[in-house]
Design a protein around this ligand. Sequence first.
Ligand code: SF4
Length: 326
Amino acid sequence: MKALGQQYVDEVAAEYQEILNQDGGQHTISDAELERVRANFVPAQRKADAPIAVAAVPAGREQDYARWLQQNVAAHQNPALRAVTLSYKRLGQAPGDADADQLDTAADLADKFSAGELRVTHDQNLLLPWVRSEELPALWLEASHAGLARSNVRLLTDMIACPGGDFCALANARSIPIAAAITERYQDMDELHDLGEIDLHISGCINSCGHHHSGHIGVLGVDKDGKEWYQVSLGGSDGSDLSGEAVAGKVVGPSFGAAEVPGVIEALLDTFRQQRQGRETFIDTLRRVGMDVFKAAANSARLSDKHEELNVLPKSAGYARDAQEA
Ligand code: SF4
């Protein structure tokens, strides 16, 4: 495309026009068709006799609940309802992972609180789209009990990570141990909330299933000499309200060994805290200050030139099921 330039654009436009001319079919959706499709998306209704689940927030847990409301609960077009995200980002399990029992629990929560409906989000969580606002405390208590109410949605540990080399035959490197090491390091909820909203995306190869290129911080597994290495990029955006116009992140330098990646993330976040003004987000600070300061911080976290040591993966939480939050 780069080589052909405008010629490429003209050829695509000409071919598209030819398709329109040749088959004579309709290539845009008519109003009638739009209405037909729209009729399939009616608001869900809870059973008329479903009792309202009432609960009080236990004394001493008010801050936990307030944080959950702030991060995991979103407004709804119906003011009586809320959309609630169940967080599948917790210590002891890979991002987005759930076993059969945990999915049964999510189904029960959906039946009880969300008209039997839940949705998988692109950032590897489950969303309950039809929750009554007066039932939020009851839902929070039950989700907490199931380990699904961690108030980290849109925060650092709500990272996107692909299955990587542990499960994917195409991978250049493992993603899950990197995610585990970062999750393990950033368990303090005060610290996480202080850091604010940030997109960390990890892919095990250039197929980019973890959307590393659109992360404020992106980590990409690469293969060098048959070993696992990780390219770190900064400043990517997925076009969301938080991130602004969609743009691919820029690589900070030569790739890092697995053992270095958690230190690189920490160095980037420490630099953010030093440079931040007020409650500025990571991406806003990065754009205001520029890449160079952050690049220097990332590169200062290199450990040594000994490849054998650098390729030792960080000590991880091991994903023991009993390590989940209560
Ligand atoms: S990004 Fe690569 S390693 Fe990760 S799931 Fe996709 S194909 Fe597999």
